[in-house]
Design a protein around this ligand. Structure first.
Ligand SMILES: Nc1nc2c(ncn2[C@@H]2O[C@H](COP(=O)(O)OP(=O)(O)OP(=O)(O)O)[C@@H](O)[C@H]2O)c(=O)[nH]1
Ligand SMILES: [Mg+2]
Length: 408
């Protein structure tokens, strides 16, 4: 055995060592070459801290979702392809490196705001006039009539004012001071608002799909951006569908929010079918395991009939992409619209089932009282109230805080 070791194994071992020593410089050269390859191609370098997001362009999708040609720059951390369309998409992945994402414009600084700050203009409007009533020492019939007049100018809507004045007249005997009138009015307004206060909850469905609708300029796109940011901060994966294909700028606006919120944005060319964009966004969320999809829509088309038809189709097609979706269809209302908001809500409600409301721009209007009319007449949950432009200014609607802010 020792003889074998001496004559065969040790010389063999020495021979192997010799071969390795001779080949070593070649290997190093190869290694150098490998390292040089990326430099030779002069690929643009993406900064390590650049915001991470996918930009997905979808071309000529159909309503059924077949024949979808997808070209995208894939996030390296994205999960593997789960569907044929995804696999095809990955084959067609654009190979050139992505330019560093342009930083999204800064948001206004998040000043600590409250409903009291946000409702300053409304308080300065009709509530300032009501203060004269509230400080009266005696309650006369003239005083009650004066109050009724003020309320009618306050964008609450005729039905809501009639309801409130009925309450005042019913309790007339016990109203012996302006302060008592104030307390009664405050209690009734609080009750109306309480009836529509409901915390927004992301349900168990995956993906949980939210469709946003509303007239142009109501604040849909910015509200979607703010919600997306809130959701990603809670750890949810979010996909946004740029369904307002009517204007190229609307798609860009949503894409900027995608960067800010760290959410994926599914987009298509201007004039493309919004239902297809929504369909593809839901599919992307399904295959990528994202929890939430938020679909933006146009607020204006050639006419209102077209808009409603389009929304019906988007709603229907989302349901085809995922059973039971959309799980929330939120109507975004600009508080400046006052009582028109009620008409808008009815029009949208006739086209698709609205499940909740978000009231925006309460900070910029003296018509904040319209929310009371909206609450009473529509009887739909009011999930959020916008009192400014920053993400924090989109507040879960709180009836107590809102009432206190009005009567401060
Ligand atoms: N002050 C204030 N501005 C707001 C609020 N919500 C939205 N905005 C502003 O309202 C403007 C219109 O908002 P968008 O989100 O573009 O409205 P949109 O409904 O998507 O409009 P279209 O795309 O034209 O249908 C933007 O300048 C927003 O910054 C809010 O709560 N307060
Ligand atoms: Mg928009």
């Amino acid at each position: 055995m020792n003889g074998e070791l001496f004559f065969y194994i040790i010389p063999l071992f020495l021979l192997i060592v010799l071969i390795i020593v001779i080949r070593l410089p070649d290997n190093e050269d190869d290694h150098d070459l490998e390292e040089k390859k990326p430099d030779d191609k002069k690929l643009p370098q993406v900064p390590r801290d650049a915001p991470r997001h996918d930009t997905i362009d979808l071309t000529l999708p159909t309503e059924s979702g077949t024949d979808v040609e997808v070209y995208y720059k894939k996030d390296p951390d994205s999960p593997p392809a789960a569907t044929v369309a995804e696999a095809k998409a990955q084959e067609e992945t654009v190979v050139e490196a992505e330019e560093p994402a342009a930083p999204a414009p800064e948001l206004p600084p998040a000043a600590p705001r409250s409903f009291t700050d946000g409702l300053e203009k409304t308080r300065g409007g009709f509530f300032a006039r009501l203060k004269g009533i509230f400080t009266a020492s005696a309650v006369t019939d003239e005083l009650i009539e004066e109050m009724e007049e003020i309320l009618y100018t306050a964008d609450l809507g005729v039905a809501t004012v009639t309801h409130l004045m009925d309450e005042v007249r019913r309790n007339r005997a016990s109203l012996n001071s302006g302060d008592a009138v104030r307390e009664l009015l405050k209690a009734r307004i609080r009750a109306i608002l309480k009836s529509v206060e409901k915390p927004f909850a992301v349900g168990a469905a995956r993906p949980f799909v939210i469709l946003m609708v509303g007239v142009n300029g109501a604040g849909k796109t910015t509200t979607i951006g703010k919600l997306a940011k809130k959701f990603t901060m809670q750890g949810h994966g979010v996909v946004m569908a740029a369904g307002d294909t009517f204007r190229a700028a609307a798609v860009e606006q949503l894409a900027e929010w995608g960067v800010r919120a760290g959410a994926e944005v599914i987009r298509d060319r201007e004039g493309a079918d919004p239902a297809s964009v929504a369909f593809n966004a839901v599919n992307t969320a399904v295959s990528g395991g994202r929890e939430i999809v938020i679909v933006d829509t146009a607020g204006r088309l050639q006419n209102r009939v077209n808009l409603m038809e389009e929304l019906r189709k988007v709603h229907r097609v989302i349901g085809k992409a995922s059973d039971g979706a959309p799980h929330e269809t939120l109507l975004v209302i600009d508080a400046n619209n006052g009582q028109n908001a009620v008409t808008q809500a009815r029009e949208f409600g006739e086209a698709i089932p609205i499940t909740g409301i978000i009231v925006t721009k309460l900070d910029g209007t003296a018509k904040g009282g319209s929310l009371i009319g909206i609450a009473r007449e529509l009887a739909l949950p009011v999930y959020f109230a916008g009192i400014g432009e920053s993400v924090e200014d989109l507040r879960p609607f709180d009836a107590d805080q809102f009432t206190e802010a009005l009567f401060t």
